[in-house]
Design a protein. Structure first.
Length: 413
């Protein structure tokens, strides 16, 4: 058995690593070909959102805007506040963060998040299946095998990936690497398949997860081959200047929002996720304590006031992004009309680590907006909203995570 493993590893080289097995010891873009391409933006604030500043007292359309909602009230007809949603079986305070977009209970292995599931269906139409970005932290995007999709915090690198023009030498190099890697993966699959009869059931499960990652890599390589000769779009926005100091949370957030808008405008991708987070100090006027410490405010008025300054900056930048999407025309509608945005948190109450009654904003897209949709707490899974979103994208899925169906009350007409 050990010799089989040695031969396998030698054959695969260093490009791919076998999992440990006990048994072996241009603005001419894809949107032009689709009459109404839809986009998805998923945003999480992992430290929570101060509840009374986002959730109105009144339900229905005639609610009085809260402190945060007043910052985006110009778009009142383009968003819905939803209260009462959470993920059944997801608990543990901060440890629930990786499950906010998967809905998988905490006692089960985490798997695909809704953004990556959707990317597997519509990602083939764009140069990049999705962008997993970070304005502080992003542990929300997971593939089918339960592997975290790494996020990118340097927007200058993302900008170069999206819009940097490749010369012929670079293109030829990419094509050679694609050919080489595909050959390696063909060999890997043949060698690994030959091992299957000698594996235990547990190791066969591990091997299947490994095959899934290989299939994903193959898919990316095939896609890279299709796009390698397609020029990247040219944009007016200069290269973003990434802040050196991680405390510059507003600059980081603005850079992420600008890249998101450009990625959607150029149809470089149709799916983006990011988080708004900083563990320690932040450069926000009037704030002297660390962001995480302030989230555990204990209802102290000074702590709450500082926390709301930090969270308020998020909603100001959200308003700025909504304005750019609204001002960007695509055909006879705006980019906001074709972009579904979810803003939420894994914490319903950041101060006591509750994972119940999560704050949820649904913006853009084709929904019955302009309301506070109040649901009985813990009566409806957040995953019901995910099903509704998937359906809007044309998928026929009736379930996702722990959903019990779609979310009623958002239908247009």
């Amino acid at each position: 058995m050990i010799e089989n493993r040695r031969k396998f590893l030698k054959a695969t080289g260093s490009a791919l690593a076998l999992p440990w097995l006990d048994s072996l010891d241009g603005f001419a873009h894809a949107a032009d070909a689709h009459p109404s391409p839809q986009r998805l933006l998923m945003i999480c604030l992992p430290l929570g959102i101060f509840r009374s500043a986002i959730i109105p007292v009144e339900s229905g359309p005639n609610y009085e805007p809260t402190e945060y909602l007043s910052l985006i009230d110009d778009f009142r007809d383009s968003f819905t506040v939803i209260s009462g949603l959470d993920h059944p079986g997801v608990n543990g305070g901060h440890s629930a963060e990786p499950r906010v977009f998967t809905g998988i209970p905490s006692n089960k292995k985490n798997i695909r998040s809704v953004d990556q599931y959707l990317a597997s269906h519509i990602g083939q139409d764009t140069r990049f299946d999705s962008l997993v970005l970070s304005a502080g932290r992003n542990e929300f995007s997971w593939n089918d095998s339960g592997t975290l999709i790494p996020s990118e915090s340097k927007m200058a690198r993302v900008y170069a990936k999206l819009f940097g023009q490749d010369d012929k030498a670079s293109t030829d190099k990419v094509l050679r690497e694609i050919g080489q890697d595909k050959s390696i993966m063909d060999l890997v699959q043949r060698q690994a398949t030959a091992l299957r009869p000698s594996l235990s059931p547990i190791d066969q499960e591990k091997l299947e997860e490994y095959f899934e990652s290989v299939r994903e890599t193959e898919s990316r390589l095939v896609k890279s081959g299709r796009w390698v000769h397609t020029p990247k779009p040219e944009v007016d926005l200069p290269l973003p200047q990434d802040p050196v100091d991680s405390a510059e949370i507003i600059t980081q957030l603005r850079n992420v929002c600008d890249i998101t808008h450009l990625a959607f405008q150029t149809d470089s991708t149709r799916i983006v996720t990011f988080g708004y987070f900083q563990q320690n100090r932040v450069n926000v006027s009037g704030v002297s304590n660390a962001y995480h410490a302030l989230s555990h405010h204990g209802k102290d008025p000074n702590n709450v006031a500082q926390l709301k300054l930090i969270e308020g900056e998020f909603f100001k930048e959200l308003s700025r992004l909504l304005t750019k999407l609204k001002n960007t025309k695509e055909g006879d509608v705006t980019l906001l009309d074709r972009t579904t945005i979810v803003v939420t948190s894994n914490l319903g109450n950041g101060s006591n680590h509750s994972n119940k009654d999560l704050p949820v904003l649904l913006l853009g897209g084709n929904f019955n907006h302009g309301q506070h949709l109040r649901l009985d707490p813990s009566s409806t899974p957040l995953s019901n909203l995910f099903v509704t979103i998937l359906n809007q994208f044309g998928l026929a899925d009736k379930s996702f995570g722990t959903s019990t169906g779609s979310l009623n009350g958002l239908e247009v007409g």
